[in-house]
Design a protein around this ligand. Structure first.
Ligand code: ATP
Ligand code: MG
Length: 226
């Protein structure tokens, strides 16, 4: 039996106002992703990868088409509903990390667990364990501004992984990591894929990472190539 469809993208488009004429960033994108798949999204800088990822997570609204996550049309939910669905299903790693500057590494990773209702002690234990897995057990109490770019990226990855998301969306998850650390993080993502059946949707410029994925979606000027 084939696995269930966890994401269904239909005729998705995104245009923005830019001067007098609208600028179309994404054109008529359609694809499906099944539970447990690993999918790489590749394409040149400016081809629309980050914009697409934001739409898939419901962080941004499309101007055409639809995204269904676990059968739910994101457009049918209000902001709170989308946030609840994200909390239940998704881990998201932004290209710009988006760590909260006033929180330590440990507190940043504890936050999604607490938002999902975990008790503080349990959240702390799980967050510590995940930071250890990304090689930051010695940086728990550092604030983001005192972490290197690659360390911040690993905190962002730990924050996404710690809730054991069914779907992990990551934008250049290894963009700031050296070869060995990058390999360690990629291994961790594929362990989650194998152990928990987590679906991986990864934007990457790294051919090695793209080739480890089961499928590659190629974007060029906002269109999906076949
Ligand atoms: N809000 C916006 N207003 C105007 N243009 C935008 C907006 N958001 C994105 N763009 C443009 O849309 C295009 C796609 O941007 P996007 O960030 O999705 O690219 P990307 O494929 O992720 O690139 P990179 O590999 O450099 O991260 C770019 O040309 C960008 O300048
Ligand atoms: Mg991008």
């Amino acid at each position: 039996m084939s696995e269930a469809v966890v994401m269904e993208v239909k005729n998705l488009g995104k245009s923005v106002a830019s001067g007098d004429t609208p600028l179309t960033i994404l054109h008529d994108i359609s694809f499906q992703v099944r539970k447990g798949e690993s999918v790489a999204i590749v394409g040149a800088s400016g081809s629309g990868k980050s914009t697409l990822l934001g739409l898939l997570a419901g962080l941004d609204a499309p101007t055409a088409g639809s995204v269904r996550l676990d059968g739910q049309d994101l457009a049918s939910l209000d902001e709170d509903g989308r946030a609840a669905l994200r909390g239940r299903l998704l881990g998201f790693v932004f290209q710009s990390f988006q760590l909260l500057p006033a929180l330590s590494a440990l507190e940043n990773v504890m936050l999604p667990l607490e938002l999902n209702g975990s008790a503080r002690g349990k959240a702390r234990q799980q967050a510590e364990a995940m930071l250890e897995r990304v090689g930051l057990g010695h940086r728990l109490n550092h604030y983001p501004k005192h972490l290197s770019g690659g360390e911040q990226q690993r905190v962002a990855l730990a924050r996404a992984f710690v809730v054991k998301p069914q779907i992990l969306l990551a934008d250049e998850p290894t963009g700031n990591l050296d070869g060995a650390t990058g390999t360690q993080i990629i291994d961790l993502m594929f362990e989650m894929n194998a152990e928990q059946g987590a679906t991986l949707i990864l934007v990457t410029h790294d051919n090695g990472l793209a080739n480890r994925c089961g499928r590659i979606l190629r974007l060029a000027s906002g269109r999906l190539l076949d």
